[in-house]
Design a protein around this ligand. Structure first.
Ligand code: FES
Length: 329
């Protein structure tokens, strides 16, 4: 995520009402407004960005899905954070430095992973800490009495966060799997996805391997890719083969030279091109523009194949396989 100064504006100050260990390497944080007033409402799939302090003493934002039941005026937000020893330091900060009673800064909720309003049936699939947005979805669907099933895999009972919430709340609609770390012993994806139909939607959050497997299984079964929904908060890492690229903003009449480690979106904005953007990590689609010349190297997790075929690209994360791109912006 290429953070900018303005990303740290419009933050909310919240108090950590409770912080506790709920599974192996997972801590749950309940957040409430300092004065006890309701917080901004949200729908399932929403996340907040939390300000964290990294080991190099810089501030950064890290996105965490809200996993409590959605509400118009929630008293609390609940997030759960997996400790990632080889991460960039955000989870380490939250695990080691944040305790109940502390005050932290967060963004208002944003949602790039919404339930489809008129879905006839929803299949929810979660792996490990990926349960967080999926749990909010189960709460929302249950509250609206919409049909769904939840499939949730973890290595062992000790690794499964929110088991104590899921079993009493969702009963037989939820199926739990303990795969010992071997996905082949977990969810039978072909069976739970079932045959495609226009009103059947699948939502998956978990390790990349699980998301890829769900997408591949659905594609092989003939699902429309627009009916398979997923969210990945990890922005794509730069590749060693990334090269500088010249980008022409055709409508703006501006040409920029983009360094090999610089997001195209940042370079365009720095040169004065007005760009729409939101997540800046390839998951919302707000920055998508049409490529008029050149070949994009797609790194986003949001554009459909049909949109890529029409020449769209996300400038926040994608690059080019040609030395020059001309964009319709
Ligand atoms: S700003 Fe969200 S995909 Fe680029």
């Amino acid at each position: 995520m290429s953070e900018r100064k303005e990303d740290f504006e419009n933050l909310m100050r919240v108090r950590v009402a409770a912080a506790r260990h709920i599974a192996t390497d997972v801590r749950r944080f309940d957040l409430e407004s300092e004065g006890g007033a309701p917080l901004p409402g949200f729908h399932a799939g929403a996340h907040v960005d939390i300000v964290v302090h990294l080991p190099d003493r810089t501030r950064a934002l890290r996105a965490y899905s809200l996993c409590n039941a959605p509400s118009e005026k929630p008293e609390r937000y609940t997030v759960a954070v997996l400790y990632e020893a080889d991460g960039t330091g955000g989870s380490m900060f939250l695990h080691e430095s944040i305790r109940a009673g502390y005050v932290i800064d967060i963004s208002p909720p944003r949602n790039y992973f919404e339930l489809v309003e008129d879905a006839e049936y929803s299949v929810l699939i979660a792996g490990g800490i990926g349960i967080t947005p999926i749990l909010a979805m189960a709460h929302e669907l249950a509250a609206e009495q919409k049909p769904f099933e939840l499939h949730y895999a973890a290595k062992s009972p000790e690794d499964m966060a929110f088991r104590d919430t899921i079993e009493p709340n969702f009963g037989e609609q939820a199926r739990l799997y303990f795969d010992g770390g071997d996905p082949a012993k977990g969810i039978d994806l072909g069976a739970v996805l079932g045959p495609p139909s226009p009103g059947r939607h699948a939502y998956v959050c978990g390790p990349k391997g699980m998301i890829d497997a769900v997408r591949a299984t659905a594609e092989a079964a003939g699902w429309d890719e627009a009916n398979v929904h997923f969210e990945v908060f990890t922005p794509p890492a730069p590749l060693s083969g990334d090269a500088p690229v010249e980008v022409v903003a055709a409508k703006s009449g501006i040409t920029v030279q983009v360094a090999k480690d610089q997001p195209i979106l940042d370079a365009l904005e720095d040169a004065g091109v007005i760009c729409d953007s939101d997540c800046r990590m390839g998951i919302c689609g707000t920055c998508a523009v049409k490529v008029l010349e050149g070949e994009p190297a797609h790194r986003d997790n949001v554009l459909l194949k049909s949109e890529r075929a029409e020449g769209m690209m996300c400038t926040c994360v994608s690059r080019a396989t040609t030395p020059r791109l001309v964009l319709d912006i």
